[in-house]
Design a protein around this ligand. Sequence first.
Ligand SMILES: NC(=O)c1ccc[n+]([C@@H]2O[C@H](COP(=O)([O-])OP(=O)(O)OC[C@H]3O[C@@H](n4cnc5c(N)ncnc54)[C@H](O)[C@@H]3O)[C@@H](O)[C@H]2O)c1
Ligand SMILES: *[C@@H]1O[C@H](CO)[C@@H](O)[C@H](O)[C@H]1NC(C)=O
Ligand SMILES: CC(=O)N[C@H]1CO[C@H](CO)[C@@H](O)[C@@H]1O
Length: 334
Amino acid sequence: MSAEPVRVLVTGAAGQIAYSLLFGIAKGDVFGKDQPITLILLDITPMLPVLDGVVMELQDCALPLLREVIPTDKEEVAFKDLDAAILVGSMPRREGMERKDLLKANVAIFKSQGAALEKYAKKTVKVLVVGNPANTNCLIAAKSAPSIPKGNFSCLTRLDHNRARSQVAMRCGVPATQVKNVIIWGNHSSTQYPDVHHCKVNMAGSDLACFAAVKDDDWLKGSFISTVQQRGAAVIAARKLSSAMSAAKAICDHMRDIWSGTPEGEFVSMGVYSSSNSYGVAEDLIYSFPVHIKDKQWKIVDGLAINDFSRGKMDATAAELVEERDTAVTFLSA
Ligand SMILES: NC(=O)c1ccc[n+]([C@@H]2O[C@H](COP(=O)([O-])OP(=O)(O)OC[C@H]3O[C@@H](n4cnc5c(N)ncnc54)[C@H](O)[C@@H]3O)[C@@H](O)[C@H]2O)c1
Ligand SMILES: *[C@@H]1O[C@H](CO)[C@@H](O)[C@H](O)[C@H]1NC(C)=O
Ligand SMILES: CC(=O)N[C@H]1CO[C@H](CO)[C@@H](O)[C@@H]1O
């Protein structure tokens, strides 16, 4: 029995995240071990020769699920009939480039790709934006594809989520899988707020509140938070390249959960559309919230208690996103 292949686009496909990501997708980590896959790889024209090398390597992996690989520099080819779109490519910051000019260049890319989703993709397509500024790029893509439900767009904060989970796990001496329900609130930047007030650590067979398991409130309220916030910069300082293997793993985790759901009683962090003032967050932002996923639909986990310590940090990261959105929207209409 062979199901129809899912059509999956990865943009920035000649880049370093894609190099790990494509392998993860092609071997079945995301859409399931029985689901055939057609991979579509989009990059800019000068990168087409590199893309050919990536295609050769994918072929040489001799994977059972990979039915076809389509490299392209054309949006009308890339976005056709998509089931899933993982938008990794974006304009990188160059030496001396103004913040505003960088944002403007990214608005142009995500406006165009949003319009291509609108025109060519399936209306049920699930879109994950990774390229930075991920939250605002995602919002621009969603606004540029009005006939695709906003709920089908999300941006990646799972890497931050996994970093937080792992920091707690290492502190407690347990595998990362014994730590659940950390939350990343807000922007994927150093103002993000990694929150462990609802996190549970499974130690010796029982679930303990994170604060009780770690037994070091100063660490949890101080250097734990800054370590997670600054982790991307620490990787760049050490590796001279940004996070790629861990980003690819996080993308696989994120899209797999969209496809197959989250376990009962667990939640994950994703940048999603803020539409109902959940947790007092301004509407019309892509903001990272704790979500449950079922039947390919996310729902913000509601009713979590928020103390003053958390409130201030959640508001600060929201303010940053409001400012960025308001600037980006002026470029959108230009
Ligand atoms: N949200 C997150 O958690 C997270 C984590 C890590 C990295 N990132 C971001 O992911 C992005 C990619 O990172 P990387 O390390 O793979 O970068 P990279 O520079 O190695 O690769 C990016 C690729 O995108 C391509 N590209 C640029 N513009 C494009 C366009 N308009 N259409 C298609 N392709 C285009 C480039 O040619 C390049 O091949 C960066 O923006 C990075 O900041 C986000
Ligand atoms: C939000 O986060 C992104 C991704 O790290 C960053 O590029 C952007 O500058 C942040 N926004 C603001 C307004 O600081
Ligand atoms: C989360 C969400 O809103 N998902 C929607 C994605 O699009 C499909 C098809 O239009 C809807 O059925 C889902 O509800």
